[in-house]
Design a protein around this ligand. Structure first.
Ligand SMILES: C[S@@+](CC[C@H](N)C(=O)[O-])C[C@H]1O[C@@H](n2cnc3c(N)ncnc32)[C@H](O)[C@@H]1O
Length: 374
């Protein structure tokens, strides 16, 4: 990972723990998980067809059958434990260095060498879909503040991500943002956006490439989680990239109507809710200038009933509860309901910026992306 002075430093024991968890997860992904497909194809699927006189018709049927399978249960238990261990391995160094990190973030926020900004709103209600459980098992999720001016959630997320995804988002964790920029440029070759809004930015990993790629644009990024925003702001200032971060809810941002050329999000929508999804698409429509573009990129949901079942592992075992609903939702129809013209809203796929070996979608991997033009 690229070094920036907000990154957690690890002691030998901490580093070896992180290395172990990363290797353990790689082993599960490369050596154990592929066996689930084999068990499914060679044993579970033929047995089901024999007993029912027909193949599996949907991922619900696959799920009901597969969760009783020993091989799947073994992988699932190990996978869950590896996720818990991942957070343990980064929480300890974060706790040890927290005072120092907070001091650094405060200093950068005061000096603002890149000219970005940070606006926090301690009164902003945190949506229930974040407070009801620790999302993807991150202790305290994104928003919890353990101390004054806390940045722990941001530091923990930043350090956990390369372990979670085995470094596939690159040394700066920014390849999702780069994939979406490439996709946007491919579709809208002449676009020169002047104002860009990134919703659900967390620590700004995907925001920074937009701000770097469009240096003349005013880039805004919002999140409900103050500890992540403080970290994001400090990180951007350190990188010399001006971004305007604000603690606002994507469902109701408070920005002026028709004030952005592009409104986008990267892997945010699966962590919201049914009601929130409608609201934030409606809000995206409201915020766009005529001719502006909405882009909501999210995680793949599987290409067949087996892949859909596997992608839902995160739902039942990793507190990504809302993602269950997203598998069946027609996002383009939601965009039309929000005001976009039919024919100007569609589902597309942003190809990965570089090779990515996604656990459930190794063939023809793309990031499913809702695109709409106002
Ligand atoms: C998986 S993270 C997104 C990662 C980030 N976009 C990136 O590409 O690195 C989801 C983020 O969305 C934020 N979020 C979820 N619902 C939100 C809402 N209604 N308004 C603003 N932020 C929200 C969460 O707090 C969290 O930081």
């Amino acid at each position: 990972m690229s070094d920036h002075s907000l990154l957690l430093k690890t002691r030998l024991g901490e580093q070896s723990m992180q290395d172990f968890v990363r290797d353990f997860r790689r082993y599960l992904k490369q050596d154990v998980m592929p066996g689930i497909r084999q068990v499914f194809d060679k044993q579970v699927s033929p047995d089901y067809e024999r007993d029912n006189g027909r193949p599996f018709e949907n991922y619900h049927e696959v799920r009901r059958t597969m969760i009783a399978n020993d091989y799947y249960q073994f992988w699932s238990a190990m996978q869950r434990r590896s996720q818990e261990m991942m957070w343990e391995s980064v929480a300890e160094p974060a706790e040890r260095q927290l005072d120092e990190l907070i001091a650094r973030a405060e200093r950068l926020a005061a000096e603002r060498p890149a000219g970005g900004s940070l606006e926090l709103d301690p009164e902003l209600p945190i949506p229930r879909y974040h407070t009801a459980h620790d999302i993807h098992l991150q202790p305290g999720a994104y928003h919890t503040e353990f101390t004054e001016n806390d940045v722990a959630a941001g530091a923990i997320y930043e350090a956990g991500l390369p372990i979670y995804i085995d470094g596939e988002l690159g040394p700066d964790n920014d390849r999702i943002g780069m994939a979406l920029i490439k996709f946007y440029e491919g579709k809208f070759a002449d676009a020169r956006p002047k104002r860009i809004l990134d919703m659900g930015c967390t620590v700004g990993n995907s925001t920074l490439p937009w701000a770097t790629h469009y240096p003349d644009a005013e880039v805004h990024a919002i999140d409900v989680a103050a500890p992540c925003l403080r970290y994001a702001h400090a990180k951007a200032e350190l990188a010399g990239v001006p971004v305007h971060y604000a603690q606002r809810n994507a469902e109701c941002t408070g920005f002026d109507a028709e004030s952005f050329d592009v409104v986008l999000s990267h892997i945010m929508i699966h962590e919201t809710s049914k009601a929130a999804l409608k609201n934030l698409i409606g809000e995206s429509y409201r915020l766009l200038k005529p001719g502006g573009v909405m882009l909501h990129l999210d995680v793949p949901r599987g290409q067949d009933p087996f892949g859909q079942f596997m992608s839902q592992w995160e739902v039942y075992n990793n507190n990504e509860v809302f993602a269950a609903y997203l598998t069946d939702v027609d996002l383009a129809a939601l965009a039309v309901a929000a005001g976009f013209e039919p024919g100007k809203a569609w589902m597309d796929g942003a190809p990965p910026y570089t090779g990515i070996n996604h656990a459930y979608n190794t063939q023809g991997f793309k990031w499913p992306t809702l695109v709409a033009i106002k």
